[in-house]
Design a protein around this ligand. Structure first.
Ligand SMILES: C[C@](O)(C(=O)O)[C@H](CC(=O)O)C(=O)O
Length: 299
């Protein structure tokens, strides 16, 4: 079963809300997998910061995003990966190429938005949009490439139109995107719980995704609340970013100021423990099963 087929099965489950922690590299993905999540979200903001050391301002290219997605999707093929694909990185031909490459990378779903290619995080001010026809051509390009490749990748249409066009026009864009073949709708920057409920009701039976950005423009909703409101997928893009920032910044401060870093708690974070999160035992077993003798005495 493809990762997309697994995700489609989850989408068809009436009682389920798909909860996706935002991850951006192998380590954060492994930590989320270890915790037992059954779906992951690859954040473009996190990918841009971790791979390029840059802010989410449209600087990540298809190659940056696809390489990261491919590595993460390959860690556990039974756990679908929903990946950010920003604007699709160009005209219809490029969006088609992005779709094909994400499919080959084993990505289960991806979202395409209606910002200009020189985009910015959806929770920043003064976003610029492309015309509706350009947005729809992006969705069509994805849907056509999926059909051409006989694939099943889930296409998520995202509009950033709420900020400058208002609710009606933004939702109208999503309706048209669904009409040309998008499977899931994503209204970026939902600004109230009433609006959240309204968009889920108005777009039903199409599943709607909620982007829960801590400190962004969307009011905080728990998984239970989002489910009750009617969302089918909830992503937490900043899930790993804030803890990494806070934890590493505190350790950096401590090392700089004291010349030492305390190992917290009962030192559960030694090399062996940390490598275990990243498949140490499985890697050793694999070597032994193949007749290798590197790890038969342990590590
Ligand atoms: C969902 C998002 O596209 C992402 O890159 O994860 C961002 C999240 C963020 O910048 O915090 C977004 O534009 O909402």
């Amino acid at each position: 079963m493809s990762a997309a087929a697994i995700l489609r099965k989850m989408l068809a489950d009436k009682d389920k809300i798909i909860v996706c922690p935002g991850i951006y590299d192998g380590f954060t993905a492994r930590i989320a997998l270890q915790a037992g999540f059954d779906c992951l979200y690859m954040t473009g903001a996190g990918t841009t910061m971790s791979r390029l050391g840059m802010a989410d301002l449209g600087v990540a290219t298809l190659n940056d995003m696809k390489e990261n997605a491919e590595m993460i999707a390959g860690l556990d093929r039974t756990v679908p990966l929903i990946a950010d694909a920003d604007t699709g990185y160009g005209g219809p031909l490029m969006v088609g190429r992005t779709t094909a490459q994400y499919m080959q990378a084993g990505v289960a779903a991806f979202h395409l938005e209606d910002q200009v290619v020189t985009k910015r995080c959806g929770h920043l001010r003064n976003k610029e949009l492309v015309d509706e026809e350009v947005f729809l051509s992006r969705i069509r390009a994805a849907v056509n490439m999926r059909a051409q490749m006989l694939g099943d990748i889930v296409v998520i249409a995202r509009t950033d139109g709420l900020q400058s066009l208002g609710y009606e026009a933004a939702v109208s864009r999503l309706k048209k995107a669904i009409a040309v073949g998008a499977d899931v709708a994503f209204l970026e920057g939902v600004s109230s719980k009433e609006e959240a409920r309204r968009v889920c009701e108005e777009l039903a039976p199409t599943p709607v995704l909620l982007n829960m950005v801590a400190g962004g423009v969307t009011p905080k909703m728990t998984v239970a609340e989002a489910k009750e409101i009617g969302f089918k997928i909830i992503i937490f893009p900043g899930f790993a970013l804030a803890p990494v920032y806070q934890g590493v910044a505190a350790a950096a401060k401590e090392l700089k100021e004291t010349g030492d870093v305390q190992i917290k708690g009962d030192s559960k974070a030694g090399p062996r423990e940390i490598f275990s999160v990243c498949g140490l035992k499985e890697a050793m077993e694999f070597d032994i099963a193949a007749g290798g003798n590197l790890y038969s005495k342990g590590v």
